[in-house]
Design a protein around this ligand. Structure first.
Ligand SMILES: [Fe+2]
Ligand SMILES: [Fe+2]
Length: 347
């Protein structure tokens, strides 16, 4: 192909400024008129977009629950929705696939996990990248779980088995991006706090030194407004930050990202609020929840919580997932998708 012809086709493509297939059709007409239509198949590469893209579905806080709230059907419906309408190349799960595992007896936790495997993990062929949530750890509440701590599945061994993972924090490269998955759940007084231990922070410090645009996947958000709001009922002074809702060590992690501007997008879940915050040029995005208000109507969730402590609560996420297009030049686009799930029970 001559240099002239290549330039001509590129120019035509930008002038037409339309979808690839339409450009090709129009160009066939033009080239036909010029008597060089037969050259088109060999020239089609000139029409390819210069930016590669990876299309992700981000599904966080699916929450298999007990009782009659229909979580299994809701997750199946969400999966069908995104496969039919969005066609992701990859699914990122943001944690909290189960509910209450930390304080449940083992048999009950296993029953819940097996339902999740059936309804989600084994129900599609789309590659997945998992991040664990606080509800994907077994037994830390020893009083209610009756765990001794010596069981093979105790704590995060459970998470490894559930997600079939050797490591709970790791990185992969996909579509010209680096994807860093963090384990954001730290054991604290029979429950948990958000953040990284020193070993993981040191590892992360090495991982962000890359030339690739980088996405960081977390369950508990690094920082944001929603962690403050979700813990508002427990605030006793103006400046108590609820570390069950965000990173205890958010200052050093935000600073690390600030110093490595290849970090473009930091995902979180956990709070069941949707939020997009740009801080020093880095986007911190909370994906709401596939389960919305844990598969209740948001109204029922508000009422239930008001009865618990009498503090007015904010409306949680509607049932949703997010589609994220990652472009190889480091730009991205996020599109939140409501599933319009109708809760089957207000309880
Ligand atoms: Fe959650
Ligand atoms: Fe969570």
């Amino acid at each position: 192909m001559s240099v002239f012809l290549t330039k001509f086709l590129r120019n035509m493509n930008s002038i037409l400024c339309v979808e690839h297939n339409t450009s090709r059709r129009d160009l066939l007409k033009v080239l036909g008129a010029l008597g060089i239509a037969g050259s088109l198949p060999a020239l089609s590469q000139a029409l390819q977009p210069t930016k590669k893209s990876l299309r992700l579905a981000y599904m966080t806080d699916m929450h298999i629950v007990s009782g009659g709230r229909g979580s299994d059907a809701g997750i199946a419906m969400t999966l069908a929705h995104l496969q039919k309408n969005e066609k992701p190349e990859l699914i990122l799960t943001g944690g909290d696939n189960l509910t209450g595992t930390m304080g449940q007896e083992l048999a009950s936790a296993i029953g819940m996990r097996d339902r999740w495997i059936k309804v989600f993990r084994d129900a599609h062929k789309i590659p997945m990248i998992h991040c664990i949530g606080n509800h994907d750890v077994w037994g830390w509440n020893k009083q209610t779980s009756k765990a001794t701590g010596n069981e093979a599945l105790y704590g995060k061994n459970w998470s490894k088995e559930q997600f079939q993972m050797d490591k709970l924090y790791y990185s992969v490269e996909r579509g010209g991006w680096k994807i860093i998955v963090l384990d954001t759940v730290r054991e604290f007084e029979n429950r948990y706090q958000g953040g990284l231990d020193d070993a993981q922070f040191e590892w992360l410090t090495g991982e962000v030194k890359t030339k690739l645009p980088t996405l960081v996947l977390c369950h508990i958000p690094v920082t944001g407004i929603s962690p403050l709001l979700v813990g508002a009922g427990r605030l006793e002074t103006d400046f108590n930050v609820p570390f069950g809702s965000c990173f205890r060590d958010q200052h050093r992690v935000v600073k690390l990202f600030d110093e490595n501007k290849n970090v473009k997008l930091v995902l979180g879940g956990h709070t069941h609020f949707e939020e997009e915050l740009t801080f020093n040029g880095i986007t911190y995005y909370n994906g709401g929840a596939v389960s919305g208000a844990w598969w209740r109507t948001v109204e029922a969730d508000l009422e239930r919580r008001d009865k618990t402590d009498g503090i007015p609560r904010l409306t949680r996420s509607r049932n949703s997932y997010s589609m994220i297009d990652l472009n190889a030049d480091g730009t991205f686009k996020i599109d939140r998708k409501l599933t319009n799930w109708k809760p089957q029970s207000a309880s």
